[in-house]
Design a protein around this ligand. Structure first.
Ligand code: S3P
Length: 170
């Protein structure tokens, strides 16, 4: 089966939905951020602090490339993967790209109290980042699913239905 790749802003539920979706569709779940953490041997926050965003983005591309070599996966990407143009073609070649679209407020709600996202520490800056990314997610996506009013399970069902309709199940 072809890969399903989940993209969207921080706090859109890519990991939670991805795990559910993997179970529902019989695919293996893999999270690009979690793989980066394993490969680098430190949390994302520390990678940003010690080496900077540029280094993280390089690791992100390398890790995505390796992960997308295999099929039959649900892949959760980090929210910033769409920032590099070449990553968008990498994702498109790697499977069906699904944009989990939520409002900024929903992301802020989900991430309240969390301190592990270096690019979501200040609400005003995070909102600017959200706005600047919207067009990129649209550009990268084959399919879009709105998540604000859905539970994780409902979102996973919606993604399953839409990807099956697009021929991704074969
Ligand atoms: C980032 C999103 C994070 C993580 C890193 C940078 C971004 O992933 O990759 O903190 O630039 O939006 P999640 O979207 O899974 O939080």
């Amino acid at each position: 089966m072809d890969n399903i790749i989940l993209i969207g802003f921080m706090g859109s539920g890519k990991t939670a939905v991805g795990k559910k979706l993997a179970k529902k569709t019989g695919r293996e779940f893999i999270d690009i951020d979690a793989e980066i953490v394993k490969r680098e041997g430190m949390p994302i926050k520390k990678i940003f602090e010690d080496y900077g965003e540029k280094y993280f983005r390089k690791a992100e591309t390398e890790t995505a490339r390796i992960i997308l070599k295999k099929k039959n996966r649900v892949v959760a990407a980090g929210g910033g993967i769409v920032v590099k143009k070449s990553n968008i073609s990498l994702l498109k070649k790697g499977g069906t790209v699904v944009y989990l679209k939520n409002s900024f407020l929903r992301s802020a709600e989900r991430l309240k109290g969390k301190t592990d996202r270096p690019l979501f520490t200040d609400l005003k800056k995070a909102r600017q980042l959200y706005n600047s990314r919207l067009g990129l997610y649209e550009k990268a996506a084959d399919i879009k699913v709105f998540t604000d009013k859905k539970t994780v399970s409902m979102t996973a069902d919606a993604v399953k239905k839409k990807t099956e309709g697009s021929g991704c199940g074969q």
